[in-house]
Design a protein around this ligand. Structure first.
Ligand code: SF4
Length: 170
């Protein structure tokens, strides 16, 4: 399981080289589950919050910005505008939002609170998903399918950000 960049790295390692061997330990990877990922932040963000990281219970990206929930129930919001300066340089140039190279992609975008959006991408992914469903490890909701437009919008936003970040050398 990993972020889109980790899944891509694993997939590249699985491509046999000129001698027909793949890079270890990618040969041990049977199934890949990729997460939706817009960005990761530099550790300086925690200093900026002014709290001990052990006090943090949950971090959530919402429309308003980063919602930081502390163990004592308090919440802090860091607006998107303020968050920008903490985004890792490599993330600003990354174009994959939904882990396109995974067998199964999972994220919260497009689904109601408490549910996950799942995109099955390969036969192996389908097999595993169906087995998990029939064995009761996961359940499908009774409401309609995820809102794919929101996912597409986020993916397009990420791709556009990368395009504006990577400027060709003149
Ligand atoms: S946004 Fe950053 S952490 Fe997420 S997949 Fe891209 S490079 Fe990896």
């Amino acid at each position: 399981m990993g972020t889109p960049c980790q899944i891509l790295a694993a997939r590249k390692m699985q491509v046999p080289g000129s001698e027909g061997v793949v890079l270890s330990p990618s040969d041990k990877i049977k199934l890949t589950i990729g997460l939706f990922c817009m960005e990761q932040f530099n550790p300086e963000l925690i200093d900026h919050l002014g709290v001990d990281k052990r006090e943090i219970k949950k971090l959530n990206i919402k429309k308003e910005g980063l919602i930081v929930t502390l163990k004592d129930g308090r919440q802090m919001i860091v607006p998107h505008k303020e968050l920008k300066k903490f985004v890792r340089g490599s993330c600003a140039a990354c174009t994959d939002f939904t882990s396109k190279y995974a067998d199964i992609s999972v994220g919260s975008v497009g689904s109601p609170e408490g549910w996950s959006t799942v995109i099955v991408r390969t036969e192996l992914g389908r097999e595993v998903y169906m087995r998990a469903l029939s064995d009761g490890y996961i359940i499908e909701p009774k409401f309609e399918s995820p809102v794919y437009d929101v996912i597409d919008t986020m993916a397009a936003k990420k791709a556009a950000r990368a395009t504006s970040t990577i400027k060709p050398k003149s």
